[in-house]
Design a binder for this molecule. Structure first.
Ligand code: R5P
Length: 294
């Protein structure tokens, strides 16, 4: 077996390789002045089972394109099978038509991956459980929730909170791992044109409780910030944040660092450079889970 990593999250690729007692095989990735990339596989992969690690985190379009280029090069170099580890799978939020005139962007992404003859996809905490239905390719959908549950030792007075109704399934799963703690959800309305949150209201009783907020991803941090403010207004005693994918766009890291919460837990599904890290942030690695599932 050979394992490769694109440039989106090489530290994760290295960790997964280590867990498999392998070394990352070399790739040449060259960027031309006009932005085009050229990829070359620098190891023999003929008749080999190959693993490629490449989350499609920001810059999303570049990382997707690089993923497609590497897959094409691996296939043309004779790889027998290709397992692609895309722990954070971009464009999932565009999985249906919200307004007349839009495309179903995620279905287009799925079609491209199928065309590139990927044999298996390993991914984490998908935005909705419908996502695997877009693919004929087998998809191993893993979750960071069991890893997060290990971070909570005291199960008394907890309430598990989703910042929007789309996360209900997720918080129920978390609750089961935490002695069936009660759950509550915010109800979020976004302006579909600007992406701005228009309103956030609350469903469930949180007063005096220790809130455990769980989301699939933090992009700008706007959702989490609004949820934290709402929880404070509703009288919670303490807040811990958990989100699988630290997409951290714009100034999300500063926004999170300034929130009055105990701790922010994320995974290494997306690479967080040291300049975006802050004291309350703890990064939990998914490498072991990925290696076990390859
Ligand atoms: C939304 O449906 C997702 O689960 C996240 O809550 C959202 O994408 C986070 O985005 P932001 O951090 O920009 O508010």
């Amino acid at each position: 077996m050979k394992i490769f990593s694109g440039s989106a999250n090489k530290p994760l690729g290295e960790l997964i390789a280590q867990k498999l007692n392998l070394e990352l095989s070399p790739l040449e990735i060259h960027s031309f002045p006009d932005g085009e990339k050229r990829v070359r596989v620098l190891d023999k992969v003929l008749d080999e089972d190959v693993v490629l690690v490449q989350p499609t985190s920001p810059p999303v379009n570049l990382n997707y394109m690089e993923l497609f280029l590497i897959l094409d090069a691996l296939k043309r170099s004779g790889a027998k099978t290709i397992t692609v580890v895309i722990p954070y799978l971009g464009y999932q939020r565009q999985d249906h038509i919200f307004r007349e005139g839009e495309g179903v962007t995620f279905s287009m992404v799925a079609k491209i991956l199928e065309t590139l003859e990927v044999n298996k996809i390993i991914t984490f905490d998908l935005h909705t459980i419908k996502i695997p239905e877009f693919f004929k390719i087998p998809m191993i959908h893993l979750s960071a929730i069991p890893l997060f549950a290990k971070k909570i030792s005291n199960h008394n007075d907890l309430v598990i909170v989703s910042p929007d109704m789309g996360g209900i399934r997720r918080i129920k799963q978390f609750s089961e791992l935490l002695g069936n703690a009660p759950v509550a959800s915010a109800v979020k309305n976004r302006d579909l044109k600007t992406g701005k949150i228009e309103s956030l209201t609350f469903e469930g009783d949180v007063k005096g409780k220790k809130a455990i907020v769980l989301d699939d991803m933090i992009s700008t941090g706007e959702t989490i910030e609004a949820c934290v403010n709402l929880l404070k207004e509703n009288g919670v005693s303490e807040i811990k944040l958990f989100a699988t994918h630290p997409v951290f766009s714009k100034n999300a890291n500063e926004r999170l660092a300034n929130l009055s919460v105990e701790k922010v837990y994320v995974t290494d599904s997306v690479y967080v450079p040291s300049e975006k890290q802050f004291p309350k942030l703890e990064i939990v690695s998914i490498a072991d889970e990925v290696a076990k599932n390859i």
